[in-house]
Ligand binder design. Structure first.
Ligand SMILES: C[S@@+](CC[C@H](N)C(=O)[O-])C[C@H]1O[C@@H](n2cnc3c(N)ncnc32)[C@H](O)[C@@H]1O
Length: 399
Protein backbone atom coordinates (compact mmCIF):
# COMPACT_ATOMS: atom_id res chain seq x y z
CA UNK A 1 0.00 0.00 0.00
CA UNK A 2 1.38 3.44 -0.89
CA UNK A 3 -0.15 6.91 -1.14
CA UNK A 4 -1.46 6.28 -4.66
CA UNK A 5 -3.07 2.95 -3.84
CA UNK A 6 -6.85 3.04 -4.28
CA UNK A 7 -8.52 1.31 -1.37
CA UNK A 8 -12.09 0.42 -0.50
CA UNK A 9 -14.00 -1.55 2.09
CA UNK A 10 -14.16 -5.32 1.48
CA UNK A 11 -17.71 -6.62 0.87
CA UNK A 12 -17.89 -9.06 3.76
CA UNK A 13 -16.62 -7.05 6.74
CA UNK A 14 -18.66 -7.21 9.94
CA UNK A 15 -17.96 -5.21 13.04
CA UNK A 16 -19.03 -4.96 16.64
CA UNK A 17 -18.89 -1.80 18.69
CA UNK A 18 -19.19 -1.67 22.44
CA UNK A 19 -19.71 1.29 24.69
CA UNK A 20 -16.05 1.40 25.77
CA UNK A 21 -15.12 2.29 22.17
CA UNK A 22 -13.84 -1.18 21.35
CA UNK A 23 -14.37 -1.89 17.66
CA UNK A 24 -13.94 -5.53 16.69
CA UNK A 25 -13.65 -6.20 12.97
CA UNK A 26 -14.39 -9.64 11.51
CA UNK A 27 -13.01 -10.55 8.10
CA UNK A 28 -12.08 -13.77 6.27
CA UNK A 29 -8.74 -13.60 8.11
CA UNK A 30 -10.25 -13.57 11.60
CA UNK A 31 -11.16 -11.21 14.44
CA UNK A 32 -9.27 -7.95 14.94
CA UNK A 33 -9.40 -5.18 17.52
CA UNK A 34 -9.33 -2.19 15.22
CA UNK A 35 -9.77 0.79 17.53
CA UNK A 36 -12.32 3.58 17.54
CA UNK A 37 -11.09 5.37 14.39
CA UNK A 38 -11.82 2.31 12.29
CA UNK A 39 -15.50 3.17 11.90
CA UNK A 40 -14.69 6.51 10.27
CA UNK A 41 -12.20 4.87 7.92
CA UNK A 42 -14.55 2.00 7.03
CA UNK A 43 -17.34 4.48 6.34
CA UNK A 44 -15.10 6.60 4.09
CA UNK A 45 -13.78 3.55 2.24
CA UNK A 46 -17.29 2.48 1.33
CA UNK A 47 -16.53 4.15 -1.99
CA UNK A 48 -12.99 3.67 -3.39
CA UNK A 49 -10.46 6.42 -2.67
CA UNK A 50 -6.70 6.81 -2.76
CA UNK A 51 -4.73 6.52 0.49
CA UNK A 52 -3.53 10.07 -0.17
CA UNK A 53 -7.10 11.45 -0.27
CA UNK A 54 -8.07 9.42 2.76
CA UNK A 55 -5.19 10.81 4.79
CA UNK A 56 -5.80 14.37 3.59
CA UNK A 57 -9.40 14.11 4.71
CA UNK A 58 -8.71 12.48 8.06
CA UNK A 59 -5.32 13.52 9.28
CA UNK A 60 -5.03 16.86 11.02
CA UNK A 61 -1.31 17.93 11.18
CA UNK A 62 -2.07 19.87 14.37
CA UNK A 63 -3.21 16.70 16.08
CA UNK A 64 -0.18 14.44 16.03
CA UNK A 65 -1.45 11.66 18.27
CA UNK A 66 -4.82 11.50 16.52
CA UNK A 67 -3.03 11.33 13.18
CA UNK A 68 -0.78 8.51 14.37
CA UNK A 69 -3.90 6.65 15.53
CA UNK A 70 -5.43 6.99 12.04
CA UNK A 71 -2.29 5.58 10.43
CA UNK A 72 -2.12 2.68 12.91
CA UNK A 73 -5.79 1.87 12.31
CA UNK A 74 -5.41 2.04 8.55
CA UNK A 75 -2.58 -0.52 8.80
CA UNK A 76 -4.71 -2.87 10.94
CA UNK A 77 -7.68 -2.56 8.59
CA UNK A 78 -5.51 -3.21 5.55
CA UNK A 79 -3.65 -6.21 7.02
CA UNK A 80 -6.91 -7.71 8.36
CA UNK A 81 -8.47 -7.53 4.88
CA UNK A 82 -11.24 -5.14 6.00
CA UNK A 83 -9.89 -2.63 3.49
CA UNK A 84 -8.67 -3.95 0.17
CA UNK A 85 -6.73 -2.57 -2.69
CA UNK A 86 -8.50 -1.04 -5.68
CA UNK A 87 -11.85 -2.40 -6.86
CA UNK A 88 -13.82 -4.33 -4.28
CA UNK A 89 -14.95 -7.84 -5.05
CA UNK A 90 -18.47 -8.60 -6.20
CA UNK A 91 -20.86 -10.88 -4.40
CA UNK A 92 -20.36 -11.55 -0.73
CA UNK A 93 -18.82 -14.79 0.51
CA UNK A 94 -20.56 -14.39 3.88
CA UNK A 95 -23.08 -16.98 4.94
CA UNK A 96 -26.67 -15.90 4.22
CA UNK A 97 -28.41 -13.81 5.65
CA UNK A 98 -25.31 -11.62 5.90
CA UNK A 99 -24.12 -9.85 2.80
CA UNK A 100 -27.26 -7.80 2.08
CA UNK A 101 -27.79 -7.15 -1.61
CA UNK A 102 -24.33 -8.59 -2.31
CA UNK A 103 -25.52 -12.02 -1.13
CA UNK A 104 -25.80 -14.43 -4.08
CA UNK A 105 -29.05 -15.79 -2.57
CA UNK A 106 -30.70 -12.35 -2.82
CA UNK A 107 -29.58 -11.80 -6.40
CA UNK A 108 -30.72 -15.30 -7.41
CA UNK A 109 -34.12 -14.74 -5.85
CA UNK A 110 -34.56 -11.42 -7.63
CA UNK A 111 -33.53 -12.73 -11.03
CA UNK A 112 -35.71 -15.83 -10.61
CA UNK A 113 -38.69 -13.53 -10.10
CA UNK A 114 -39.16 -13.55 -13.86
CA UNK A 115 -42.72 -12.20 -13.89
CA UNK A 116 -41.76 -9.04 -12.02
CA UNK A 117 -38.54 -8.48 -13.97
CA UNK A 118 -40.29 -9.04 -17.32
CA UNK A 119 -42.91 -6.41 -16.52
CA UNK A 120 -40.09 -3.94 -15.90
CA UNK A 121 -38.16 -4.99 -18.99
CA UNK A 122 -41.25 -4.70 -21.21
CA UNK A 123 -41.96 -1.23 -19.82
CA UNK A 124 -38.35 -0.17 -20.38
CA UNK A 125 -38.50 -1.36 -23.99
CA UNK A 126 -41.75 0.60 -24.49
CA UNK A 127 -40.69 3.78 -22.73
CA UNK A 128 -37.05 4.41 -23.60
CA UNK A 129 -36.48 6.95 -26.37
CA UNK A 130 -33.15 7.56 -28.14
CA UNK A 131 -32.54 10.89 -26.38
CA UNK A 132 -33.24 9.47 -22.90
CA UNK A 133 -30.86 9.93 -20.00
CA UNK A 134 -31.89 7.08 -17.73
CA UNK A 135 -31.16 6.81 -14.02
CA UNK A 136 -31.34 3.33 -12.52
CA UNK A 137 -31.72 3.73 -8.76
CA UNK A 138 -30.31 0.52 -7.22
CA UNK A 139 -29.07 -1.34 -10.25
CA UNK A 140 -28.20 -4.63 -8.43
CA UNK A 141 -27.18 -7.07 -11.16
CA UNK A 142 -27.54 -4.26 -13.72
CA UNK A 143 -30.58 -5.84 -15.37
CA UNK A 144 -32.62 -2.67 -15.86
CA UNK A 145 -29.66 -0.56 -16.99
CA UNK A 146 -28.76 -3.20 -19.59
CA UNK A 147 -32.38 -3.23 -20.80
CA UNK A 148 -32.45 0.58 -20.99
CA UNK A 149 -29.16 0.70 -22.91
CA UNK A 150 -30.35 -2.01 -25.32
CA UNK A 151 -33.62 -0.12 -25.78
CA UNK A 152 -31.55 2.74 -27.19
CA UNK A 153 -31.08 5.21 -24.30
CA UNK A 154 -28.49 7.89 -24.96
CA UNK A 155 -26.92 7.34 -21.53
CA UNK A 156 -27.72 5.32 -18.41
CA UNK A 157 -26.48 6.06 -14.88
CA UNK A 158 -26.51 2.86 -12.81
CA UNK A 159 -26.30 3.56 -9.08
CA UNK A 160 -25.57 0.78 -6.59
CA UNK A 161 -24.00 0.86 -3.11
CA UNK A 162 -23.52 -2.88 -2.48
CA UNK A 163 -20.84 -5.25 -3.79
CA UNK A 164 -23.29 -6.19 -6.56
CA UNK A 165 -22.00 -2.99 -8.19
CA UNK A 166 -18.83 -4.78 -9.33
CA UNK A 167 -20.87 -7.61 -10.89
CA UNK A 168 -23.13 -5.10 -12.63
CA UNK A 169 -20.10 -3.31 -14.02
CA UNK A 170 -18.79 -6.58 -15.42
CA UNK A 171 -22.26 -7.40 -16.79
CA UNK A 172 -22.29 -4.04 -18.61
CA UNK A 173 -18.96 -4.89 -20.22
CA UNK A 174 -19.96 -8.44 -21.21
CA UNK A 175 -23.24 -7.18 -22.68
CA UNK A 176 -21.43 -4.45 -24.65
CA UNK A 177 -23.34 -1.58 -23.02
CA UNK A 178 -20.43 -0.15 -21.01
CA UNK A 179 -20.10 2.64 -23.55
CA UNK A 180 -23.60 3.85 -22.64
CA UNK A 181 -23.92 2.84 -18.99
CA UNK A 182 -22.00 4.85 -16.44
CA UNK A 183 -21.65 2.94 -13.12
CA UNK A 184 -21.73 4.88 -9.87
CA UNK A 185 -20.92 3.11 -6.63
CA UNK A 186 -22.71 4.64 -3.69
CA UNK A 187 -26.05 5.72 -2.28
CA UNK A 188 -28.33 7.64 -4.60
CA UNK A 189 -28.59 10.40 -2.01
CA UNK A 190 -24.83 11.01 -2.31
CA UNK A 191 -24.40 11.00 -6.09
CA UNK A 192 -24.23 14.09 -8.26
CA UNK A 193 -24.79 13.61 -11.97
CA UNK A 194 -23.31 15.73 -14.75
CA UNK A 195 -26.63 15.95 -16.64
CA UNK A 196 -30.37 15.80 -15.92
CA UNK A 197 -32.14 12.47 -16.21
CA UNK A 198 -35.29 12.05 -18.27
CA UNK A 199 -36.36 8.60 -17.06
CA UNK A 200 -35.99 7.31 -13.50
CA UNK A 201 -36.17 3.53 -12.99
CA UNK A 202 -36.20 1.62 -9.75
CA UNK A 203 -37.38 -1.65 -8.27
CA UNK A 204 -37.05 -0.50 -4.68
CA UNK A 205 -40.55 -1.77 -3.91
CA UNK A 206 -40.34 -3.91 -0.78
CA UNK A 207 -42.72 -6.15 1.14
CA UNK A 208 -44.65 -3.04 1.99
CA UNK A 209 -44.30 -0.76 -1.05
CA UNK A 210 -42.63 2.00 0.97
CA UNK A 211 -40.40 0.06 3.35
CA UNK A 212 -37.23 0.64 1.30
CA UNK A 213 -38.04 4.37 1.20
CA UNK A 214 -38.74 4.30 -2.55
CA UNK A 215 -40.85 7.44 -2.35
CA UNK A 216 -38.23 9.52 -0.52
CA UNK A 217 -35.33 8.22 -2.64
CA UNK A 218 -37.13 8.85 -5.94
CA UNK A 219 -38.18 12.27 -4.77
CA UNK A 220 -34.61 13.16 -3.81
CA UNK A 221 -33.32 12.22 -7.28
CA UNK A 222 -36.31 13.85 -8.95
CA UNK A 223 -35.44 17.16 -7.30
CA UNK A 224 -31.66 17.04 -7.70
CA UNK A 225 -30.97 15.01 -10.80
CA UNK A 226 -34.02 14.86 -13.06
CA UNK A 227 -35.54 17.16 -15.67
CA UNK A 228 -38.92 18.54 -14.61
CA UNK A 229 -40.66 16.63 -17.40
CA UNK A 230 -39.04 13.31 -16.44
CA UNK A 231 -40.89 10.00 -16.45
CA UNK A 232 -40.95 7.62 -13.50
CA UNK A 233 -40.99 3.84 -13.39
CA UNK A 234 -42.98 2.93 -11.31
CA UNK A 235 -45.26 5.93 -11.21
CA UNK A 236 -48.26 5.01 -9.07
CA UNK A 237 -48.95 2.62 -6.26
CA UNK A 238 -52.30 1.32 -5.08
CA UNK A 239 -52.69 -0.25 -1.67
CA UNK A 240 -55.31 -2.99 -1.58
CA UNK A 241 -56.72 -5.54 0.84
CA UNK A 242 -58.36 -8.96 0.71
CA UNK A 243 -59.94 -10.96 3.49
CA UNK A 244 -58.21 -14.19 4.42
CA UNK A 245 -58.82 -17.41 6.22
CA UNK A 246 -55.50 -18.08 7.93
CA UNK A 247 -55.06 -21.72 9.10
CA UNK A 248 -55.22 -22.08 12.91
CA UNK A 249 -51.72 -23.62 13.13
CA UNK A 250 -50.29 -20.55 11.38
CA UNK A 251 -52.24 -18.15 13.61
CA UNK A 252 -50.86 -19.99 16.65
CA UNK A 253 -47.37 -18.95 15.59
CA UNK A 254 -48.31 -15.27 15.74
CA UNK A 255 -51.03 -14.89 18.37
CA UNK A 256 -50.81 -15.99 21.96
CA UNK A 257 -54.34 -17.35 22.15
CA UNK A 258 -56.13 -19.40 24.84
CA UNK A 259 -55.33 -22.50 22.76
CA UNK A 260 -51.60 -21.71 22.79
CA UNK A 261 -51.63 -20.92 26.53
CA UNK A 262 -53.39 -24.24 27.31
CA UNK A 263 -50.84 -26.14 25.25
CA UNK A 264 -47.94 -24.56 27.16
CA UNK A 265 -49.73 -25.23 30.45
CA UNK A 266 -49.95 -28.92 29.47
CA UNK A 267 -46.35 -29.10 28.19
CA UNK A 268 -44.59 -27.19 30.98
CA UNK A 269 -47.07 -27.01 33.87
CA UNK A 270 -46.55 -23.22 33.79
CA UNK A 271 -49.24 -20.59 33.34
CA UNK A 272 -48.01 -18.14 30.68
CA UNK A 273 -51.20 -16.06 30.65
CA UNK A 274 -49.12 -12.99 31.47
CA UNK A 275 -48.33 -13.07 27.74
CA UNK A 276 -51.99 -13.16 26.66
CA UNK A 277 -52.73 -10.74 23.81
CA UNK A 278 -55.02 -7.76 24.17
CA UNK A 279 -58.18 -8.88 22.43
CA UNK A 280 -58.54 -5.68 20.44
CA UNK A 281 -55.06 -5.76 18.93
CA UNK A 282 -54.23 -6.99 15.49
CA UNK A 283 -50.92 -8.73 14.73
CA UNK A 284 -49.04 -8.43 11.49
CA UNK A 285 -46.35 -10.60 9.94
CA UNK A 286 -44.78 -11.34 6.59
CA UNK A 287 -45.57 -14.59 4.80
CA UNK A 288 -44.33 -16.15 1.57
CA UNK A 289 -46.77 -15.53 -1.33
CA UNK A 290 -46.70 -19.23 -2.23
CA UNK A 291 -48.05 -20.07 1.23
CA UNK A 292 -50.66 -17.29 1.21
CA UNK A 293 -51.80 -18.55 -2.15
CA UNK A 294 -52.92 -21.83 -0.56
CA UNK A 295 -55.28 -20.06 1.91
CA UNK A 296 -58.89 -19.16 1.19
CA UNK A 297 -59.33 -15.52 0.17
CA UNK A 298 -62.30 -13.26 -0.47
CA UNK A 299 -63.12 -12.90 -4.13
CA UNK A 300 -63.43 -9.13 -3.66
CA UNK A 301 -60.48 -6.88 -3.05
CA UNK A 302 -60.68 -3.42 -1.56
CA UNK A 303 -58.82 -0.27 -2.49
CA UNK A 304 -57.21 1.35 0.56
CA UNK A 305 -55.58 4.26 -1.25
CA UNK A 306 -53.58 5.43 -4.27
CA UNK A 307 -50.23 7.13 -4.15
CA UNK A 308 -48.63 9.05 -6.99
CA UNK A 309 -44.84 8.84 -6.68
CA UNK A 310 -44.62 12.19 -8.45
CA UNK A 311 -46.02 13.89 -5.38
CA UNK A 312 -43.64 14.92 -2.64
CA UNK A 313 -43.43 12.20 0.01
CA UNK A 314 -45.58 12.86 3.05
CA UNK A 315 -47.18 10.91 5.85
CA UNK A 316 -50.78 9.90 5.23
CA UNK A 317 -53.52 7.87 6.73
CA UNK A 318 -56.15 5.99 4.72
CA UNK A 319 -59.08 4.46 6.53
CA UNK A 320 -61.54 2.26 4.66
CA UNK A 321 -64.52 0.21 5.69
CA UNK A 322 -64.61 -3.30 4.32
CA UNK A 323 -68.03 -4.95 4.16
CA UNK A 324 -67.96 -8.70 4.78
CA UNK A 325 -70.45 -10.05 2.29
CA UNK A 326 -70.03 -13.76 2.98
CA UNK A 327 -67.65 -16.22 4.64
CA UNK A 328 -65.82 -16.10 7.92
CA UNK A 329 -62.41 -14.45 7.97
CA UNK A 330 -59.61 -14.07 10.51
CA UNK A 331 -56.99 -12.18 8.54
CA UNK A 332 -56.35 -9.49 5.97
CA UNK A 333 -53.80 -9.49 3.19
CA UNK A 334 -52.50 -6.00 2.48
CA UNK A 335 -50.85 -5.89 -0.90
CA UNK A 336 -49.99 -3.35 -3.55
CA UNK A 337 -50.27 -2.81 -7.25
CA UNK A 338 -47.58 -0.73 -8.89
CA UNK A 339 -48.04 0.98 -12.23
CA UNK A 340 -45.01 0.04 -14.30
CA UNK A 341 -45.30 1.62 -17.74
CA UNK A 342 -48.80 0.87 -18.98
CA UNK A 343 -49.17 -2.32 -16.88
CA UNK A 344 -49.97 -2.92 -13.25
CA UNK A 345 -47.84 -5.31 -11.24
CA UNK A 346 -49.63 -6.83 -8.29
CA UNK A 347 -48.12 -8.56 -5.26
CA UNK A 348 -51.43 -10.26 -4.70
CA UNK A 349 -51.33 -13.97 -5.43
CA UNK A 350 -51.89 -15.97 -7.55
CA UNK A 351 -52.10 -13.24 -10.23
CA UNK A 352 -48.88 -11.66 -8.95
CA UNK A 353 -45.55 -13.00 -7.89
CA UNK A 354 -46.13 -16.40 -6.31
CA UNK A 355 -42.43 -17.14 -6.55
CA UNK A 356 -41.32 -13.69 -5.57
CA UNK A 357 -38.59 -13.28 -2.98
CA UNK A 358 -40.76 -10.61 -1.40
CA UNK A 359 -43.31 -11.42 1.26
CA UNK A 360 -46.99 -10.61 1.72
CA UNK A 361 -48.10 -8.55 4.72
CA UNK A 362 -50.77 -10.38 6.72
CA UNK A 363 -52.77 -8.86 9.59
CA UNK A 364 -55.02 -10.69 12.00
CA UNK A 365 -58.60 -9.71 12.70
CA UNK A 366 -58.83 -10.04 16.48
CA UNK A 367 -62.09 -12.00 16.22
CA UNK A 368 -63.40 -13.57 13.07
CA UNK A 369 -65.35 -11.29 10.74
CA UNK A 370 -68.57 -12.83 9.45
CA UNK A 371 -71.19 -11.88 6.85
CA UNK A 372 -72.71 -8.44 7.41
CA UNK A 373 -69.84 -7.30 9.69
CA UNK A 374 -67.92 -4.23 8.61
CA UNK A 375 -64.22 -3.87 9.26
CA UNK A 376 -62.32 -0.65 9.52
CA UNK A 377 -58.80 -0.92 8.10
CA UNK A 378 -56.37 1.91 8.65
CA UNK A 379 -53.06 2.18 6.81
CA UNK A 380 -50.83 4.92 8.09
CA UNK A 381 -47.60 5.97 6.39
CA UNK A 382 -45.28 7.72 8.82
CA UNK A 383 -42.57 8.55 6.27
CA UNK A 384 -39.03 7.23 5.71
CA UNK A 385 -40.25 3.74 4.99
CA UNK A 386 -42.31 3.28 8.13
CA UNK A 387 -45.94 2.30 7.98
CA UNK A 388 -48.44 0.69 10.32
CA UNK A 389 -51.83 -0.95 9.98
CA UNK A 390 -54.67 -1.28 12.43
CA UNK A 391 -57.93 -3.16 12.07
CA UNK A 392 -61.07 -2.79 14.10
CA UNK A 393 -64.75 -3.46 13.81
CA UNK A 394 -66.70 -0.71 12.09
CA UNK A 395 -69.97 -2.38 13.05
CA UNK A 396 -69.21 -1.85 16.74
CA UNK A 397 -69.47 -5.59 17.28
CA UNK A 398 -67.02 -8.21 18.36
CA UNK A 399 -63.71 -6.83 17.03
C1 LIG B 1 -34.71 -4.74 -4.98
S1 LIG B 1 -33.06 -4.53 -5.49
C2 LIG B 1 -33.30 -4.34 -7.22
C3 LIG B 1 -32.05 -4.62 -8.01
C4 LIG B 1 -32.22 -4.50 -9.53
N1 LIG B 1 -32.59 -3.18 -9.95
C5 LIG B 1 -33.21 -5.49 -10.06
O1 LIG B 1 -34.20 -5.06 -10.62
O2 LIG B 1 -33.00 -6.69 -9.91
C6 LIG B 1 -32.73 -2.91 -4.92
C7 LIG B 1 -31.29 -2.45 -5.08
O3 LIG B 1 -31.22 -1.09 -4.67
C8 LIG B 1 -30.03 -0.87 -3.94
N2 LIG B 1 -30.25 0.31 -3.07
C9 LIG B 1 -30.91 0.37 -1.89
N3 LIG B 1 -30.93 1.64 -1.44
C10 LIG B 1 -30.26 2.39 -2.35
C11 LIG B 1 -29.92 3.77 -2.45
N4 LIG B 1 -30.28 4.65 -1.52
N5 LIG B 1 -29.21 4.17 -3.52
C12 LIG B 1 -28.84 3.31 -4.48
N6 LIG B 1 -29.15 1.99 -4.45
C13 LIG B 1 -29.83 1.55 -3.39
C14 LIG B 1 -29.79 -2.18 -3.21
O4 LIG B 1 -28.43 -2.34 -2.83
C15 LIG B 1 -30.28 -3.19 -4.23
O5 LIG B 1 -29.25 -3.66 -5.04
Amino acid sequence: MNLDTTVCRATNVKFEVDSSNEVIVYTDKGRFNAGHSSLRILERCFTPCSVRNLLEEMVDPDKREASKEILRTLKVLFSSGAIVESEGSGLSSSMFPFGGYAAPFVQTKMLNDVLRKQIYLDAIRDLVKPEDIVIDLGTGSGIMSIAAAKAGAKRVYAIEPSGAFYCAKENFRINHVDGVVCSLKGWSTDVDLPEKGTLLLTDLLGNDPFDLSIWELMSDLKKRAMASSCRLLPEKIELRARLLSVPENVLDQHLISERVLSKWQREYGIDFSGMRERRDSSRGWLEKPLIVDSWEKSADNFLIGSINLRDDPHGFCYRVEIPVSRGCWNGILIYYRAQIGNRWFSTDCPEGSRFSHWYNAIWTIPERARSSDRLSVEYRYLGDGESCVSISSASGGRN
